[in-house]
Design a protein around this ligand. Structure first.
Ligand code: ZN
Length: 220
């Protein structure tokens, strides 16, 4: 019997390598980082904004809604506070659930801030008390500041704050600037500042006690 020559494997291997490469490219596109706005990184739908990842002056989130014009189970400090629709809807679900738990008196004091508005806030603030324009999460429309009507400046001592600590992640929110994490976030403790990242990420961040910076670094 004639000895069969081993078939050349180069062709099929190359085809296989191409298929694997294309599959990996597709997967990394689906899972990976997108460079959308200046140096700001998008991973999936999580937008990271801090002093190192800033938003462009003309960055305005899509779908901002005026909270005053929506159904709201919370009080508003002003009639011109805006959030993205998704963030507003999650916040409304959260505060309605708090109300159902007998926890009232939440007071939203700030939402979306334009680059120019942040410029004014920065100019009016003491050094180190406000983010430079472009570096504020408020420009994303996915962050708000909240207090309790009875807090007299110490929101972290109120039962409303305790409720948020226990439940905010169930609605997709994280306390963005926890105590003793300023080496990671660049911002000292802000018990009043909440950021929408979606339920899955918020739940993982809550369970691990990670900052958003650490979470995105680990899952990036
Ligand atoms: Zn804030």
């Amino acid at each position: 019997m004639r000895k069969q020559k081993k078939p050349a494997r180069r062709g099929p291997n190359r085809a296989l390598a191409l298929v694997v490469t294309l599959a990996l490219m597709g997967a990394s596109f689906a899972l990976g980082w997108h460079f959308g706005v200046d140096s700001t990184r998008f991973k999936g739908d999580i937008l990271l904004v801090n002093a190192e990842h800033t938003l462009a002056p003309d960055y305005v989130p899509e779908g901002l809604v005026n909270l005053y014009e929506q159904r709201h189970s919370f009080r508003l400090a002003r009639s011109d506070i805006y959030l993205t629709r998704e963030t507003y809807e999650a916040a409304e679900r959260m505060f309605a659930a708090a109300e159902a738990d007998g926890m009232n008196g939440f007071y939203i004091t700030s939402g979306y801030r334009s680059y120019d508005r942040q410029k004014e806030v920065y100019a009016e603030s003491e050094p180190g008390k406000a983010q430079e324009p472009g570096a504020s999460e408020h420009q994303t429309g996915m962050a708000f500041d909240v207090t309790a009507e009875s807090s007299s400046g110490n929101f972290e001592t109120t039962p409303q704050y305790g409720w948020l600590c226990a439940h905010a992640h169930e609605y997709g929110f994280i306390q963005r600037y926890p105590a003793n994490k300023s080496d990671e976030t660049g911002i000292s403790y802000e018990p009043w500042h909440y950021r929408y990242v979606g339920v899955e990420a918020a739940t993982r961040i809550h369970a691990t006690g990670m900052t958003l910076e650490a979470f995105l670094r680990k899952n990036g």
